[in-house]
Write a protein that binds this ligand. Sequence first.
Ligand code: KG4
Ligand code: ZN
Length: 334
Amino acid sequence: MILLGIESSCDETAAALVEDGRKILSSVVASQVEEHKIYGGVVPEIASRRHSEAIVGVVKEALEQGGKTLSEIDGIAVTYAPGLIGALLVGVNFAKGLSLSSGLPLIPVHHLRGHIASNYLSSPDLQPPFLCLVVSGGHSHIVQVEDYTRLKILGRTRDDAAGEAFDKAARAMGIPYPGGVEMDRIAEEGDDSAYSLPHPRVEGAPLDFSFSGLKTAVLNLLNNAKQKGQEISVPDLCASYRKAVVGCLTENFFRAAEETGAKTLAAAGGVSANRLLRRELTKMAQERGLSLYLPERSLCGDNAAMIVSQGYYEYLAGNTAGMDLNACAQRSIE
Ligand code: KG4
Ligand code: ZN
């Protein structure tokens, strides 16, 4: 079964063709990141406009690169939540139009479920159940993937998402948006013990995360140094901050693994491309004799192939939609 997928929840317009949820035939991503960079973050109105301009070309290219016409496709999967509402609506309305005119089934896909499914593309042998650390620009969750379409949140962030925590601290250090990516690169050259940062925990909820205190600690450190005329080493601060964020993520994730007795682990979302996070997860899983799956780094960020992969399993579970499908800015992965 070949499905076409469309993703437009944030600043990437993407389309892809995937066979049986696992084999990528084509994957096209048009990124707007350069345009948003000058504003230090995504400007929702600009994002919606660029999606509208790009979507026809991106879908055409995905069909062309996959060597298929619409008549050879079995369904259309589309991200309907969560994300920027104006951005989501472009993809949802385009998919609805295509479904109406072609008669193909319309399959709504939750963006974070899609991130988890990037693992099905990278690892053909991976099957639920497994425990997944989902870390993106807008969300940080520990998710129990009981089945392809039955998911349960065990831990979540109380304030900033992991990607947001990286981006905001990076911005304070003068690193352009999306700072998480660049901070990870710079941190490789730094001394991670140069600055001492807190390790925030959430009272009474050991699987939940809180990153705002960590971000404030960096802002205070930068302000104090400025007032005293002291030099800050950006590589050292990046390395120390990255170690602190990754420490919070891995501590809670392996605690959840222990509590649930999970033997198979995975990670997903933009932040799962983080080099230190990948090294630490690999090391800690090995020490505990657990299997760990990581998406290829090229599939960690937003793309439509992951949306089709999850869409395939949603379709098999009978989760299709009619012309009343709407986009939702917020909706739980459950
Ligand atoms: O999953 P994603 O592409 O979009 C959302 O669904 O939000 O995640 C984007 C986030 C951004 O905050 C970006 O800075 C972060 O993922 N990110 C990274 C890395 N690559 C992307 N953060 C840390 N290290 C990276 N290598
Ligand atoms: Zn995403």
